[in-house]
Ligand binder design. Structure first.
Ligand code: HEC
Ligand code: HEC
Length: 379
């Protein structure tokens, strides 16, 4: 706008100068007797044309005469971190910069994580090989939520040695671990479209995370141990007041209106995770619910005290659920996590203490013997 006004003032100066010189010339001509009457001269015409142009400039829509802005550069496929420096997943709007077929594969992988039951559940449209849980029930927001058991460190840390199987595990093997245990189902074909899509999604989620790096906020938080055993009776009271409204007094959850998929997943019984699943370990369950349950709680606004989390874990994991043959797990028994509830053990503690705690003395025992690396004895 300012520019326009400057141009207008400058343009107005031109006719003034021209008129003045014109008049001066007119006077000269009259004196020399060559006057030709009051006729518009070329100078004046040009001046008026210029003025019209400047005036028109104000009415031309903005931007019409400017060159089109260059298209925005493609969004980088980078790892995202929130204000607390916790990894918070990649933004799906960034998928637009990938080629269409890759984008479609990643979107299908994400869809399988979020709505697993629709495709692989009891009435699945692709196959019927799981209990009907969604991966997302435990890996929140399709595996992207900080401290929501997310997948931030999957692509950067696998293949890796895992003491549970005693071997090198690929991402596909780890995914199938959850299919067979958390979803109490049968393994996916590692070359099938579903597994390949899930792997591609995980690879994309891991973009920008260096090999062996485990960003802050990935997985499940390691909580401090209680100095007592977790108490299923206290946990029952917590369950009744803080969990049963959604998961049901009988722990069986609630189906959606479609009658095919779950609104609230079951926490025990035939459609829940089996004895070999990660959540069956008290530290995993307590760490998961502490930052994520009741629904709406987050790491930044937890709704359970540490004691409530441990106790409700003890209550839920004391209810009946499907079993699994675990005889091949933990071939080196000294590598069992302190909260692995099935013997035999390489220590003098009882199975009950391995199930409910107190875990501190077990961890201290192994620390003395130098056989377990981390606080929870996580593999
Ligand atoms: C009932 C809860 C539950 C469900 C459902 C579930 N998982 Fe898991 N998953 C876990 C737990 C617990 C862990 C171990 C986390 C830990 O030890 O910190 C885990 C670990 C993983 C890991 C390894 C993460 C890492 O960083 O090492 C992958 C990959 C994974 N799950 C994939 C899946 C997929 C894919 C599905 C769906 C087919 C699925 N999970 C369903 C509970 C679940
Ligand atoms: C307001 C409803 C609501 C309440 C209350 C609630 N949950 Fe959940 N819970 C959910 C939903 C919904 C999911 C699945 C999350 C998703 O898919 O995004 C879930 C998932 C879970 C899971 C993992 C999936 C599974 O079936 O194993 C566990 C464990 C869990 N809740 C435990 C608890 C505990 C313990 C409490 C009480 C401290 C609780 N929840 C309270 C709604 C609730």
């Amino acid at each position: 706008m300012i520019e326009g006004i400057i141009v207008l003032v400058a343009a107005l100066l031109v006719p003034i100068v021209l008129h003045v010189t014109e008049d001066a010339l007119q006077v000269l001509r009259e004196r020399t007797g060559s006057a030709q009457g009051a006729r518009m001269t070329w100078g004046k015409r040009i001046t008026w044309a210029l003025l019209a142009l400047v005036a028109a400039h104000f009415f031309v829509p903005k931007g019409l005469l400017e060159p089109a802005p260059p298209p925005p550069p493609p969004l980088p496929q980078a790892a995202l971190f929130n204000a607390d420096s916790l990894w918070s997943g990649a933004d799906t709007s960034r998928l637009a910069s990938l080629n269409d077929s890759l984008e479609a594969v990643i979107r299908y992988g994400r869809e399988l994580i979020a709505n697993t039951s629709h495709y692989l559940g009891q009435q699945g449209t692709v196959m019927r090989n799981t209990n009907g849980l969604n991966c997302q029930n435990c890996h929140l927001d399709a595996g992207t939520r900080p401290w929501g058991n997310n997948y931030g460190a999957v692509w950067s840390t696998y293949p890796k040695f895992r003491a549970r199987s005693g071997g090198l595990e690929s991402v596909a093997k780890r995914v199938n671990d959850c299919v067979e245990r958390s979803l109490n189902g049968t393994a996916l074909d590692t070359n099938g479209r579903e597994m390949r899509s899930i792997l591609t999604y995980m690879e994309w989620l891991g973009t920008g995370i260096a090999r062996d790096e485990k960003p802050k906020g990935t997985g499940i938080v390691d909580m401090a141990y209680l100095d007592r055993a977790a108490d299923p009776e206290k946990g029952a009271a917590v369950y009744l007041t803080k969990c049963s409204s959604c998961h049901g007094k009988d722990g069986q959850g609630m189906l959606k209106a479609d009658g095919r998929t779950q609104q609230y997943p079951p926490l025990w019984g035939p459609l829940s995770y089996n004895h070999g699943a990660g959540l069956y370990r008290l530290s995993r369950f307590a760490g998961y619910v502490k930052n994520n349950m009741p629904q709406g709680a987050t790491y930044a606004s937890p709704q359970l005290t540490d004691e409530e989390a441990w106790d409700v874990a003890a209550f839920v994991n004391s209810q009946p659920r499907p079993g699994r043959d675990l005889s091949a797990d933990w071939p080196d028994i000294s590598k069992k996590p302190v909260d692995h509830p099935f013997g035999p053990y390489a220590d003098p503690f009882t199975a009950s203490q391995h199930k409910l705690g107190p875990f501190g003395p077990i961890a201290a025992h192994y620390k003395l013997n130098g056989t377990k690396s981390s606080q929870t004895g996580k593999p």
